[in-house]
Design a binder for this molecule. Structure first.
Ligand SMILES: Cc1cc2nc3c(=O)[nH]c(=O)nc-3n(C[C@H](O)[C@H](O)[C@H](O)COP(=O)(O)OP(=O)(O)OC[C@H]3O[C@@H](n4cnc5c(N)ncnc54)[C@H](O)[C@@H]3O)c2cc1C
Length: 481
């Protein structure tokens, strides 16, 4: 059997499982490098991850290595982060979130004793959602027709407080505006607004406190490197700088793909690892682009600094003073926030040997494409980000810059072929979008499977790995004689 994988993002690389099952695999990507968003930039001894910086649920990555007969530890060295993050507020407040939930409760007892019970309750809601997801959502497409959910899932379904609005639920349980802002940040992990997502996303803080926040020594790109090496060693045919322009089909069955060179690659199955919004065009059924449902994009500024800013932790978040306004600007007005929240990533091992610090700054931006973002905005966005950085006491980055690069929504769109520059495909606003993402087995074409952040179960490294796991499982089931 032969499969073509369109896109060598994390999900595309995870199709190594197919090779393990004896399939011939051809992996195509429009770019020069593998890994899609899990990429890297190096200059003058500084090393930057340009996409993800935080690994959660490492057990899912470990399972991928196991399934292909390897041990994660032989390829990657994962470091547990404690605290997970440091939050700095415009009023000068500083809150550290420790790794263990019990330690977090101790912190809350010290800074906002009236919220201890609320934090416990939010964790309990998250835990029940996680347990429900484990036996349903994480295993297969939701609501696969004609299949009853397992009895255990039905018992877990009536979760009080899980189906309302996320931010309202947080506000019901917590009084401290500082703690509310910490909890309200988690839906941004899937490119969405806490004010529009369902409270089921409380599963995200639960997951982080239960399974930890991790850093692969050498950067997240080490994951791409290791999977890319394994793919090459095991005979996956890798075609970089190969953009697929059509998925070929006849009588409702896929037959292969056509590349931008004009060449045709025949296959028994195709796995699409690009953005769900561009799939219909590849199938010859162009649908109009709808910016309303898109997840967030971002502005990423990469600074190689001669001197490390004082007391900069691995993950630091510089909050804005009005989170609700920030999300209104992002999703309703669709422009870069007047006062952005800035995420600062400063891995300790990413500077040149003689000293210096690689710093990655990221702020959310609308995922609505060029219509709301022109390159001329980049300078203004950078000015607003640096103002927040300076305001938080981290100094003037521009004075100490040795190397610099920047990513805008337009660059995301062009490099990753993701309409609007959205990082996670569709946003998770409303119950339907959060839970009924496009399925991993395409309902319209036999032999067509989909994996990646814009398909079920969603974006972010662990979910993307799960999407590939589900797609491959379905392919192997379907190909049984
Ligand atoms: C700035 C940023 C920060 C992030 N931070 C985190 C984080 O801290 N933690 C976390 O878990 N996640 C994070 N994410 C999200 C995470 O990186 C993604 O969800 C995940 O890497 C997506 O993997 P994927 O398999 O969906 O493929 P993608 O990375 O989307 O790659 C798909 C590849 O397919 C290629 N492609 C598409 N169409 C075609 C075609 N027609 N022909 C050929 N090639 C094609 C694309 O160019 C791309 O190379 C972040 C992402 C970004 C951009």
């Amino acid at each position: 059997m032969r499969a073509v994988i369109v896109g060598a993002g994390l999900a595309g690389l995870a199709a190594l499982r197919l090779r393990q099952a004896g399939w011939q695999v051809v992996l195509c990507d429009n770019a020069r490098d593998l890994g899609g968003k899990m990429s890297r930039w190096c200059a003058r001894g500084y090393r930057f991850d340009t996409g993800p910086t935080l690994l959660t649920m490492p057990q899912i990555l470990r399972r991928l290595y196991q399934d292909i007969g390897e041990r994660l530890e032989d390829h990657l060295q994962l470091e547990a982060l404690d605290p997970h993050a440091v939050y700095l507020y415009p009023d000068g407040r500083r809150i550290e979130v420790p790794a263990k939930f019990e330690a977090w409760l101790e912190t809350v007892r010290r800074i906002a004793p009236e919220d201890v019970e609320g934090v416990r309750q939010l964790h309990a809601v998250g835990e029940r959602i996680y347990r429900l997801s484990e036996i349903t959502f994480f295993l297969r497409d939701p609501l696969i027709p004609l299949r009853a959910p397992p009895a255990a899932a039905l018992r877990l379904l009536p979760i009080r407080h899980a189906w309302g609005n996320y931010a309202n639920t947080v506000a019901r349980f917590l009084k401290s505006p500082h703690l509310r802002q910490i909890y309200n940040r988690y839906p941004t992990y899937v490119g969405s607004s806490p004010f529009q997502t369902p409270a089921t996303l409380l599963v995200i803080p639960y997951i982080e406190h239960t399974f930890g926040a991790w850093y692969p020594i050498g950067g997240m790109y080490r994951i791409t490197e290791s999977l890319g090496e394994l793919a090459a060693r095991r005979g996956v045919e890798i075609l970089t700088q190969t953009r697929i322009t059509a998925i070929l089909h006849r009588g409702g069955r896929v037959e292969g793909v056509r590349a931008d060179s004009g060449g045709r690659i025949e296959a028994d199955a195709v796995v699409f690892n690009g953005d769900a919004a561009s799939l219909s065009e590849l199938l010859g059924e162009k649908e109009p682009f709808d910016p309303v449902g898109r997840s967030l994009s971002g502005v990423v500024l990469l600074y190689g600094l001669r001197r490390s800013p004082a007391a900069l932790y691995h993950h630091t978040v510089l909050f804005s003073s009005d989170y609700e306004q920030e999300f209104r600007e992002l999703f309703e007005h669709r422009f870069f926030p007047s006062e952005p929240t800035v995420y600062v990533n400063a891995p300790p091992d990413a500077g040149p040997p003689g000293g210096g610090q690689a710093v990655y700054l990221m702020a959310n931006a609308p995922g609505a494409g060029e219509a709301s973002w022109f390159e001329t905005h980049a300078d203004e966005a950078r000015r607003r980000v640096l103002k927040r950085v300076e305001g938080a006491g981290l100094g003037n980055f521009e004075q100490d810059t040795e190397v610099f690069d920047t990513w805008s929504p337009v660059r995301f769109e062009q490099r990753y072929l993701s309409p609007g520059g959205s990082i996670y495909g569709w946003n998770s606003h409303g119950w339907r979008r959060a839970f009924l993402r496009p399925p991993n087995r395409h309902p319209g074409y036999r032999g067509l499977y989909c994996a990646g952040g814009s398909f079920h179960p969603g974006g972010g490294v662990p979910m993307v790995l799960l999407s590939a796991e589900i797609a491959v499982r379905q392919m192997l089931e379907d190909s049984k004689p």
